[in-house]
Ligand binder design. Sequence first.
Ligand SMILES: Nc1ncnc2c1ncn2[C@@H]1O[C@H](COP(=O)(O)OP(=O)(O)OP(=O)(O)O)[C@@H](O)[C@H]1O
Ligand SMILES: [Mg+2]
Length: 243
Amino acid sequence: MIILETQELVKNFGGLTAVNRVSLHVDEGEIFGLIGPNGAGKTTLINCITGTYPPSGGRVHFLGEDTTGQQADVMCHRGMARTFQICQPFPQLTAMENVLAGVIFGSTHKHSKRPEVVAAEILDFVEFSMPKDTRADQLNTVQLKRIDLARALACRPKLLLLDELAAGLTTGELGDLMDIIRKIRDSGISILMVEHIMRVIMGLCDRIAVLQYGTKIAEGPAQEVANDPRVLEAYLGEGHTAD
Ligand SMILES: Nc1ncnc2c1ncn2[C@@H]1O[C@H](COP(=O)(O)OP(=O)(O)OP(=O)(O)O)[C@@H](O)[C@H]1O
Ligand SMILES: [Mg+2]
């Protein structure tokens, strides 16, 4: 079953077309990768899907319903949660309180456990290793990304959108994060991930799509797309071929 579909999605900023008629879909249970050079429109596409920005054209369907232009809080309650390329925690709240915001406000689900217990379990699940009462403004980028992921999971999404979650991690941390993402998928959550690190993309994604200047230039099984001459050219410049 298709969980998410965009049809000819467009986003203009003044004279700039950041997303240009992008059609793609994510299957239920899939890890779908979205790659492309800097400025290609990946974050803007996530923003239009999740309701941060209204699209300028095209449609978004989520769980079989037309959700085009719905606001972010509505999309969150419908089952879509995302992380941010540049984390946006509540700086003066603790790690625990940041995740509690997701537990309490991000979902309409009624938990049988206390919210603090749910939040603590999610922080453990994402392997947050600092004391849970550490204020967010005391955390480094890697730890902030963990609480951003925990906050998104606390919303109990059916689709999770990750925007460069692996950026800045060491090789060892990358392996740990990939294990966590696999566990999230195995728990029944579909994933759309934007990522530059090809080891992560190739290790996790069932299918990928490539954006360049706002336009989708390739889509398909990860191995196939990674060897597509148009994709190599987009990343490496003219003159590169698959071999
Ligand atoms: N709010 C905005 N107002 C105006 N222009 C914007 C806005 N957001 C993004 N853009 C522009 O849209 C284009 C696509 O940006 P976007 O951030 O979506 O790219 P990206 O693929 O996520 O890049 P990166 O890999 O660097 O994160 C860029 O030219 C960017 O400057
Ligand atoms: Mg981006």
